[in-house]
Design a protein around this ligand. Structure first.
Ligand SMILES: CCCCCCCC/C=C\CCC/C=C/C(=O)SCCNC(=O)CCNC(=O)[C@H](O)C(C)(C)COP(=O)(O)OP(=O)(O)OC[C@H]1O[C@@H](n2cnc3c(N)ncnc32)[C@H](O)[C@@H]1OP(=O)(O)O
Ligand code: FAD
Length: 616
């Protein structure tokens, strides 16, 4: 199909090599080539062809995705793939923006076995689980409790005579609920999205399991019922840590898809007039459309950068824990908690903005933006609800203030809290990314000190830390967000500095995006900078001008920057986001293919006939 002339023109501009940026995003040229190879292995294999999942009922969708997921597993094993990123490539190429039915088996059943089973148990369960000889799920949440783990009601009473645990869900609120991939007892019914996953319920009534079913790498129960605590009790929470540490990159992936669709479509879509009689401009030429999408484009790059960094950091900490060193578990937990919470929340807001920016066609499943949205938005609740996780980060920051007062060294990711910040010169409209980072770190430091003063006062008055925290949860959450933004901006600036050395032209365009991210973040909290006397109105006016100027620099690069995400059309599965920009013709073809247009709407005639006969 010929290229849409608008997109053809957009691809003639640009100041950087798209392919080189794709290689950077993938982690090197070889990884790009391997990703292309794996995508083609899926896209050319007829087993992965099937009905357009956007036309399917819940039951049909589950069946089709299970069929495909099994094919993904076979393909992954056939190609001897064990790298998580490569396995994700095969999975994403097949799932058409859905979450596959066996996802929880991999991320929430196999992972904890790997983390907490002893060698004997690994032989017994981990090996067959990895071969899908046993299919598992993660049944933690109950009808009555999800966030408050210590409130869970399920019982496991030890029967010393039979060396067994007797499992019971003694109350209705104890029923295990939301259990992804739980095929035992029942499905919890239709959901907002996640149609590919059978989130189930599980009632336990005197279910007996052998003592050695308790994963024993950390804690264990001896024959006489004595509980031997793990060296570090928090490691039992580790199974939730793995998914949280991975979800920032999942958020970046989903936001990258949404901005690819919205920016390509915004170049194809012509609407209204700027100069009467001069034709309808591309909607991406409107400053308001740029104001919707360019900060999100910058955010997608920022989230990808920090998502890769978080996964590396988490993997290092897990290796240290495997060798018995727990000193970075707390930092890993709160970084994963804060990044998972902020990134997934801002991503689902961003996907929604991308949908809005495509007008009516964004509301059609032809765009796939609704599919990406409803499947992504679960990530702000699942694996730790947003506020819950931000409070974890906030409590850690309160401890950092105490550590600072006591002269205890801080973890690297919060070292800036011990720095002094000052800004004397007036900001013009070309503030560099390092100055923007300093400002964002300054705000986080000041906010942490401000919140800590309230919590301390409350603690003095009540002597109860939980009460003190509970009274100031709103500002504690904001404090955790401010810190997490400092972590994101720091990772983005660090990566861009590195790329400026290795590939100046790519580094330059990314530095523009980094400035957009930083200026947007500062303007979103401008009141704090005035209140803390770090910025004046003139500074804010100047960086507002800077933001609009940055949009003009990014406008000719925008399509190339989303091309660099390198989504194959069959992976993106969006008519608005097609690489060739041939939207209208394919929208019409897609609509005509809808089963709704195929079935004889006998029901329509039947009931309208009744209406006519009713002679109202
Ligand atoms: C691997 C690839 C993955 C790719 C992903 C692909 C797509 C899949 C997408 C989605 C999958 C969705 C599947 C969803 C599954 C689920 O939802 S499973 C259930 C998840 N449930 C939760 O997350 C519950 C949230 N609640 C909690 O975590 C806890 O209740 C709590 C809020 C943290 C409170 O804990 P607690 O009540 O014990 O009290 P605290 O004092 O706050 O904590 C005690 C100390 O423990 C430390 N802590 C807490 N959590 C952790 C942790 N996870 N790791 C390490 N340490 C932890 C906390 O800091 C306290 O320490 P301190 O005593 O020193 O202060
Ligand atoms: C798509 C999806 C898949 C899931 N898959 C699984 C799975 O496979 N296995 C599994 O075990 N679970 C699963 N879950 C459940 C998930 O882990 C819980 O929904 C999540 O932990 C939130 O707990 P909750 O639903 O009890 O919400 P609640 O904790 O009841 O939250 C409700 C509200 O109360 C607020 N709140 C709660 N506690 C506090 C507090 N201390 N301070 C301030 N505010 C508070 C929250 O911020 C929120 O606004 C899944 C959920 C979804 C949506």
């Amino acid at each position: 199909m010929p290229m849409n002339p608008d997109l053809e023109k957009e691809r003639q501009g640009g100041t950087f090599d798209v392919e080189q940026l794709t290689h950077i995003l993938d982690g090197g040229r070889d990884k790009t080539l391997k990703r292309h190879f794996l995508e083609q292995e899926v896209l050319k294999d007829p087993v992965f062809r099937g009905p357009d999942t956007r036309f399917l009922s819940r039951e049909e969708l589950f069946g089709e995705l299970l069929r495909k997921h099994v094919a993904v597993i076979k393909k992954t094993q056939e190609l001897s793939i064990d790298d998580i990123n490569e396995a994700s490539t095969i999975y994403s190429a097949a799932m058409n923006n859905n979450v596959g039915p066996l996802t929880l088996h991999s991320v929430a059943f196999v992972a904890p076995l790997d983390l907490m089973a002893d060698d004997e148990q690994k032989k017994k369960w981990l090996i067959p689980a990895k071969k899908y000889e046993i299919i598992g799920c993660y049944a933690q949440t109950e009808l009555g409790h999800g966030s408050f783990i210590r409130g869970l009601e399920t019982r496991a009473d030890y029967d010393v005579n039979t060396q067994q645990f007797v499992l019971n869900t003694p109350t209705e609120t104890a029923i295990k609920w939301w259990v992804g991939g739980c095929v035992a007892v029942g499905d919890i019914g239709p959901k907002f999205g996640f149609g590919g996953v059978d989130n189930g319920y599980l009632c336990l009534n005197n279910v007996r399991i052998p003592r050695d079913n308790l994963l024993a790498k950390t804690g264990k129960v001896l024959e006489d019922g004595t509980y031997v605590k793990p060296e570090n009790p928090k490691v039992v929470y580790g199974s939730m840590l793995g998914i949280r540490a991975a979800l920032p990159k999942v958020g970046a992936y989903n936001l990258s898809k949404a901005v690819t669709i919205a920016i390509r479509y915004s170049c194809v879509r012509h609407q209204s007039e700027i100069k009467p009689g001069c034709g309808e401009p591309q909607v991406l030429d409107y400053q308001t459309q740029q104001h919707k999408l360019f900060p999100l484009l910058a955010t997608a790059y920022a989230f990808h950068t920090v998502g890769v960094w978080m996964l590396d950091f988490h993997s290092t900490v897990m290796n240290e824990i495997n060798e018995g060193h727990y000193h970075r578990l707390a930092e890993d937990h709160v970084l994963a908690a804060g990044l998972k919470a902020v990134i997934n929340w801002k991503t689902h807001e961003g996907i929604e903005i991308c949908r809005f920016s495509c007008g009516g066609h964004g509301y059609s499943l032809a765009s796939s933006l609704p599919v990406i949205y409803v499947n992504h938005v679960a990530n702000s609740t699942a694996e730790g609800e947003t506020v819950i996780l931000l409070l974890q980060t906030a409590v850690y920051l309160m401890k950092c203030v105490i550590d600072l007062e006591q002269g205890t060294p801080l973890d690297p990711s919060v070292a800036y809290l011990d720095q002094s910040f000052s800004k004397s010169e007036q900001w013009c409209s070309d503030v560099d990314m390092h100055s923007l980072l300093k400002a964002i770190q300054f705000r986080s430091k000041k906010f942490t000190e401000y919140v800590s003063s309230f919590v301390k006062k409350e603690l003095m008055a009540t002597g109860n830390q939980q009460l003190a925290f509970n009274k100031h949860k709103v500002i504690l959450v904001e404090c955790a967000k401010a810190h997490t933004e400092a972590v994101i901006m720091n990772a983005f600036v660090t990566k861009v500095d590195e790329i400026l050395q290795s590939n100046p032209s790519v580094g330059k365009v990314l530095s523009l995006l980094c400035q957009i991210y930083g200026v947007t973040e500062i303007l979103a909290h401008s009141g704090d900078y005035i209140q803390y006397e770090y910025l004046r109105k003139i500074d804010l006016d100047n960086i507002q001008d800077q933001l609009f100027k940055l949009y003009t620099y990014i406008r000719p690069e925008a399509v190339l920057l989303v091309d660099a995400f390198d989504f194959h059309d069959e992976v993106l599965k969006s008519i608005l986001g097609r690489y060739d920009g041939q939207v209208y013709e394919n929208m019409f073809k897609w609509a005509k293919a809808s089963p709704f247009n195929k079935q004889d709407q006998g029901t329509f005639r039947k009931y309208i006939q009744q209406l006519k006969q009713a002679k109202l």
